[in-house]
Design a protein around this ligand. Structure first.
Ligand SMILES: *[C@@H]1O[C@H](CO)[C@@H](O)[C@H](O)[C@H]1NC(C)=O
Ligand SMILES: *[C@@H]1O[C@H](CO)[C@@H](O)[C@H](O)[C@H]1NC(C)=O
Length: 406
């Protein structure tokens, strides 16, 4: 029963994404409808690359999955690249749009050893050595724990398995945020990362332009209370067959509402977001997250302060943090070189919030506004022109940093 209600809730949010009147322009991507139903390793193999699957244990007992595209020309001396995906998503972010455009493939073609993390709670990382995925304990984490435990575990694993002393970090949205948390809060992380490529870093978000996000933030308390009451601690899980489900139930009359909703949330760039690309993406998104992640985001959006989870109870804060004050992340400790990339039409991470973040970074070496003025949040992974206007620049910067790192 709960499952049925959950599917209906999910579908009412996502349903119309399927056919919401986005232009049926022909996307340049090598993508097929069946890609919606493949796993990330299957996608990588289908695109002609070899892939390895690695199990990584965190200090607090989560068993995570990392996918690797091993270097094609092992002779090349290059540092490995670690990539971290966005909220509600998975490593599909980097490989979905095919071998000619996907960022993981572009880096692999340049001879890099590419490692893609999957955050705890997402489709590929739903195991813990003690807690069942059905327990409240399993889901007692926000993006703080992803940055504090998952990222260092992934980074250490890559270094141990490649013999390299340092690696490149590429993160999109939450994937960039978790990099900043690891760099600010974990001793020694700054020595392990060559440069952080921060794509639309979701650190400050209080200038989000989305009315829907603002609405969610205002109702997050009753919403999460209700879900916890029925013991749902997971938010927007990946459900087997979600793609077929969306296909089957999408009602035509709702299309206008849905188009309005998506454009509101991510920003409107109809020429670059193809309906087929979006449909296939929905076979991979959402991939799951915790309710606590959503609550933590709503605090950041509401307060405009980059800090740990606010329990809203002095005693709990005191117990957790040793002080009634919720600790802030100290970005001045993130001393590795950082490059930011942002879109002027990104409704989730407003570019003004990226500029604010830049003020606090002690070692900002690049700041790249995507030249397409209409570039939106979802365009960072799905835009028809993403390679030309963004990924080519990211690859150039990784190459430059790599050459200087020897
Ligand atoms: C979690 O619960 C679902 C049904 O609610 C069940 O099918 C599944 O096996 C459970 N998983 C674990 C690891 O207990
Ligand atoms: C942040 O870290 C820097 C460098 O370690 C330190 O000098 C500064 O006092 C810290 N700021 C706060 C507010 O803790």
């Amino acid at each position: 029963m709960v499952r049925v209600i959950w599917l209906l809730v999910l579908s009412s949010v996502h349903v119309c994404l399927v056919q919401c009147g986005f232009r049926n322009s022909s996307a340049p991507f090598l993508m097929e409808e069946e890609d919606a139903l493949l796993t990330v390793p299957q996608l990588i193999r289908k695109n002609g690359f070899s892939v390895e699957e690695h199990r990584v244990r965190t200090e607090d007992g989560y068993l995570l999955t990392m996918f690797r595209i091993p270097p094609r020309k092992p002779g090349l001396r290059k540092h490995p690249v670690f990539m971290m995906h966005s909220l509600f998503s998975s490593s599909a972010d980097w490989v979905l749009i095919g071998r000619k455009h996907g960022l993981a493939y572009l880096l692999a073609n340049r001879g890099y050893d590419v490692w893609m993390g999957n955050a705890r709670g997402s489709r590929y990382s739903k195991r813990h050595e003690r807690y069942s995925v059905n327990s409240s304990q399993f889901w007692d984490f926000s993006f703080h724990e992803i940055g504090f435990y998952d990222v260092p575990a992934f980074v250490d694993y890559v270094l141990a398995n490649t013999g390299s002393h340092r690696l490149h970090y590429v993160g999109f949205s939450q994937g960039a945020l978790t990099g900043f948390i690891a760099l600010s809060d974990r001793y020694g992380m700054n020595d392990k990362i060559i440069e952080l490529q921060a794509l639309s870093p979701a650190v400050y978000m209080h200038r989000s332009l989305s009315g829907f996000i603002k609405l969610l933030v205002s109702v997050v308390r009753p919403l999460t209370d209700a879900l916890e009451f029925i013991q749902r601690y997971e938010f927007l899980p990946y459900i087997e067959g979600q793609y077929n489900f969306y296909q089957a139930v999408c009602p035509a009359p709702a299309q206008t509402i849905c188009r309005t909703l998506i454009y509101d949330v991510v920003g409107m760039n109809p020429d670059q977001l193809d309906v087929k690309t979006l449909r296939i993406f929905l076979g991979h998104f959402p991939a799951g997250s915790s309710l606590k992640q959503v609550k933590h985001y709503s605090q950041i959006i509401r307060d405009g302060i980059f800090r740990q989870f606010e329990y809203g109870d002095l005693a709990i804060n005191l117990n957790r943090y040793g002080s009634p004050q919720v600790p802030r992340y100290n970005l001045s400790r993130a001393t590795v070189p950082v490059r930011t990339y942002y879109g002027y039409n990104d409704h989730v991470v407003n570019y003004l919030n990226v500029l604010q973040l830049q003020q606090e970074l002690p070692n900002l070496v690049g700041s790249y506004p995507v030249p397409d003025k209409l570039f939106s949040h979802i365009d960072f992974i799905l835009a028809n022109n993403v390679k030309q206007v963004l990924y080519d620049e990211v690859v150039r910067n990784v190459e430059k940093a790599d050459a200087e790192a020897f």
